[in-house]
Design a protein around this ligand. Structure first.
Ligand code: IMP
Ligand code: MG
Length: 334
């Protein structure tokens, strides 16, 4: 299964990956996506993790954690997260991951185009991908401090698939930030759709059985760029929705669910299932619900409309921060 983000990121993919890992018990959770520009939040065993490199599936101790060759690695960030999560003995980093150098970070933070116009996360991802395209980037296999983790991720993943084992691929960044399909030039430095996620870890399209596209019940966006359904800050505050970026700390712009955009995201990602997160933040009557029937009427109506307009079943909804604050309808709907 591929887990991908449907909007501008921060849909809560991290939490959903953690939930799916704990319940579906995959043998491998492999991180795809751009790199440490992502900030995936997971609340687990009373601790809040803001993960930028390690897959959020780390919460399931039976899974091997892999980082695919398409993903940029900042060794300092990665090693810090290894220490925080304690996954060192089950982590594999592909030898061909490109390395983010201090100079890439400096460029990302001083270029007026990247910093002021695009409003990047300043994590060096764009300049590092430029270095990769220019074929001058250093690869993980040459970094002394990563030696113990270096592996062949495509081989491991495809061997597992060949044995019929469950593998989960974790994307990063929302679909609206895709370099090809998003709101260019206000996008990240590569494609972020499900096909790119598969490619990042070396999985061919015929091997993918499920694509879980994660949407938030409303939309948020950090940084500049078109935002069709954006609402004024005061209106968002009235709705009780105020958010800050996990990596940047910047206040997020807020908007209502964009059905046209979501339809396109479902189409290009080939979504087979949809998760809707933060239902409790938009529809206050939903907090603590354990069953679909317990959701407020407006929330049920919203979920029904998403299914009708996108033509894809909503199989999971999230109604709180905790990993298990979800309603999982997969057994009824699939
Ligand atoms: P970059 O990926 O740092 O180059 O930033 C390019 C754009 O993508 C900026 O608008 C960022 O705010 C946005 N972006 C990148 N990663 C994330 C993410 O994980 N969540 C939300 N926005 C992101
Ligand atoms: Mg984030």
């Amino acid at each position: 299964m591929i887990v991908a983000g449907g909007q501008f990121g921060d849909e809560g993919k991290g939490k959903i990956v953690a939930y799916l890992a704990l319940h579906d018990k995959p043998k491998i959770v492999a991180r795809a996506g751009v790199g440490p520009n992502a900030g995936h939040t997971v609340h687990f065993r009373g601790k809040k993790f803001g993960l930028r490199q390690i897959p959020c599936g780390f919460v399931y101790e039976g899974a091997r954690m892999l980082i695919g060759p398409g993903v940029l690695v900042n060794p300092e960030v990665l090693l810090k997260e290894v220490a925080e999560t304690g996954v060192g003995d089950r982590l594999g980093v592909d030898g061909h991951c490109a390395i983010i150098e201090p100079d890439h970070i400096a460029q990302d933070r001083t270029s007026s185009h990247l910093k002021e116009i695009i409003g990047t996360t300043g994590t060096g991802c764009g300049p590092a991908n430029v270095a990769r395209v220019n074929r001058v980037a250093r690869l993980a296999e040459s970094v002394q401090g990563l030696r113990q983790f270096i592996t062949n991720v495509p081989q491991e993943v495809n061997d597992a698939l060949g044995r019929g084992e469950n593998v989960m691929l974790e994307g990063s960044q929302g679909f609206g930030l895709s370099l090809f399909h998003g709101t260019y030039p206000y996008v990240t430095s590569k494609d972020t759709g499900a096909s790119a996620i598969a490619s990042d870890v070396g999985v061919g399209p015929t091997k993918v059985d499920d694509v879980m596209l994660v949407f938030k019940a409303y939309v948020s966006r950090v940084g500049a760029g078109p935002f069709a359904t954006e609402i004024p800050q005061e209106k968002a505050e009235e709705l009780g929705i105020v958010e800050f970026g996990t990596v940047t700390g910047r206040r997020r712009r807020i908007g209502t669910f964009d059905f046209e955009f979501a339809k396109r995201a479902a189409m290009i990602n080939g979504a087979t299932q949809i998760t809707i997160t933060c239902l409790d933040r938009l529809f206050k009557g939903c907090a603590g619900a354990k069953k679909f029937e317990q959701l407020s009427d407006d929330a049920k109506e919203f979920v029904g409309r998403v299914e009708r307009e996108l033509g894809v079943p909503v199989t999971i909804v999230s109604v709180g921060q905790g990993i298990d604050d979800v309603i999982d309808m997969r057994s009824e709907k699939l």
